[in-house]
Design a binder for this molecule. Sequence first.
Ligand SMILES: NC(=O)N[C@@H](CC(=O)O)C(=O)O
Ligand SMILES: [Zn+2]
Ligand SMILES: [Zn+2]
Length: 445
Amino acid sequence: MADATDGDTRVSLLLRAVRPYGEGDPVDIAVRDGVIVAIGAGLDVEADEVVDGAGGVVLPGFVDLHTHLREPGREDTETIETGSAAAALGGYTAVFAMANTDPVADTAVLTDHVWARGQQVGLVDVHPVGAITVGLGGERLAELGAMADGVAGVRMFSDDGKCVHDPLLMRRALEYARGLDVLIAQHAEEPRLTVGAIAHEGPQASRLGLAGWPRSAEESIVARDAILARDAGARVHICHASTSGTVELLRWAKAQGIAITAEVTPHHLLLDDSRLQTYDPVNKVNPPLRESSDCAALRAALAEGVIDCVATDHAPHAAQDKCCEFAVARPGMLGLQTALSVVVATMVAPADGGAPGLDWRGVARVMSERPAQIVGLPDQGRPVDVGEPATLTVVDPDASWTVRADDLASIAENSPFDGMTLPARVTATVLRGRITAFDGKVRPL
Ligand SMILES: NC(=O)N[C@@H](CC(=O)O)C(=O)O
Ligand SMILES: [Zn+2]
Ligand SMILES: [Zn+2]
């Protein structure tokens, strides 16, 4: 038994019968002042709170690099409070809230507000992402330095929702980011190639008469930004990689030693453009659902590490903006509460009977460790070990549940997994020793 209780037997939390990374027999985890002080079988300690882990898998708390919380501006679809609840229930202990709010988060006033609001709610660390350009207009750099120096200490910048398509501006942003040691995250979409595009440019879209979003719209920007990052000596992160071509470009760039990282969303791992046949706008998303060959390439790339991590791109939309004709509907899908289960269904215990791409250590890597490393979070994505922060997620690997979009914590209900029965379930989430979600209920401050 590893023990740092220095003889004092009182602890604040005792997590009973959990299996770190799904390995070995169940052990207990004792926590004091937010730190793991002992791990061992049948710990004999008195605890202010005892939680039964019921033999579940315990992992470091999940970190989402790509979440849309919609506050300020569209609090009718999600707020920092409801989004934080969805995150905690989904096993997340940190999320990065994208800047495409209204007003856009392009000044320290906005990013500091989002940070403070997230701390006030206290269910998850809400890190604001700063806009790269003023108003996401793609013309003038925003005040990256002021946002980085603000209370929120912004460490990631993105115009997500839009692409920084001007190459000179992207070059400047990368050079500036290098100086500030912050990360630029690109929504890779060459807008001249996606004019009017609403679905993946492939056989499905042509058969259904839907204007296509070619793979090249993403891949041409990924290739360009890899080279710009190389020349600027800067890091670049690719949001929601969606194509097999992007995987090959990432492989090439990493082999060149370029500081490029990428995320894949749960929906791009599981869903393909065959879902377009119903014209249900819940399946409309940017970048669009691609072909099954792309899903396979993305899963292999995630297993191999060519794609670094999973990010949800949790994108709430109001019914009036989503449940309308496909061409007009807003793109985007809910993802926070279903992410772990979709990762299990595609990577750990593939529903299609394919070979597992990840074990539970792999899940820890792609949902917690790598995202935290990419964005430089010091106290997230840490090992489940004595002396480390008690920021943990407990998963019941044998559970199975049917998604009910109207039961999810988000205000919006645009989940493409509605009605699906998915494997595994988050049973408890702990943020620095404090239970933030247990047995499907959040524990507000
Ligand atoms: N993914 C989407 O289809 N929509 C996102 C924006 C984005 O991630 O591009 C949104 O904010 O709704
Ligand atoms: Zn995007
Ligand atoms: Zn997004």
